[in-house]
Ligand binder design. Sequence first.
Ligand code: BEZ
Ligand code: FE
Length: 302
Amino acid sequence: MPQFNDIELTAAVIHSFEEVKNPRVKFLMEELTKSLHEFVRKTDLTFGEWEYAIDFLTRVGQKCTPSRQEFILLSDVLGVSMLVDAVNHREREGATETTVLGPFYVGEHKAMPHGTDVSPSLEGEKMFVQGRVTDLNGKPLANVPVDIWHADDDGWYDSQKPDYETAGPSSRGRFITDANGKFYFRTILPCSYPIPTDGPVGQMILALHRHPMRPAHVHFLVNAPGHEPLVTHVFVEGDKYIDTDVVFGVKEELIAKVEKRTDPTMPDGKPAAAPWHLMTYEFRVRPGEGVAPKPMAVAENA
Ligand code: BEZ
Ligand code: FE
């Protein structure tokens, strides 16, 4: 009957993976075991703490539904999502910085004509967003679908609202770049908002004396054929939470000066009531393949 001390136990568990054929799976399981065991040894984890952790993870799982992914939220607030992003984008070669996809991407947005107001029925100050997609040499890329989505003036995404199924999308859309790689649309200026705090991850955040806020941003998913899909945000410069994003997603290069304007027309020549805001951003994508991320509900059934 083998019997292991606290050090030998790690080797014994790793030895139990001996028959695993896939070298990557074997490597990941070995490293996970080493890190978990090291954590328990280093902290002298008590039974009470271990039970608390099991109960917490159970509650995280129980909070998940096809439209609510509490485990991703946990990964986000512990910086794991941004770390996975970082280790997968060590070589950027001048491409636009990436950041988290977040839980509010619903996938396959409907393509709309340039200039469409994606938030026609929402309160808030109007914003004109103009973007351009290029390759790493600055050559414009035409016919690229760009999905955009953002929160409203109260900090809610359309998909979080009870009437989403009947009301349809709001503050989200897809624009296809023109021959100059350009796209533009109208919306409202988004504000900073809290991540969902009605679950165990929110309780954890508050218990750790952290605020739950994300600085105001617009999400972009640029999916140029023959290029790596770009998952990113453009953040509004000057936001109160720009330095303390609860999911650590802000990067200097992704902060845009959103100009307050009083001109009587927007850049496409159509009339505008002053004041309105102008967000301008250029997205550079790098050659590659890669599959655009799927929204959670789709991924779940895939
Ligand atoms: C978001 O930006 O939509 C988001 C990202 C991570 C966690 C929660 C929300
Ligand atoms: Fe967001």
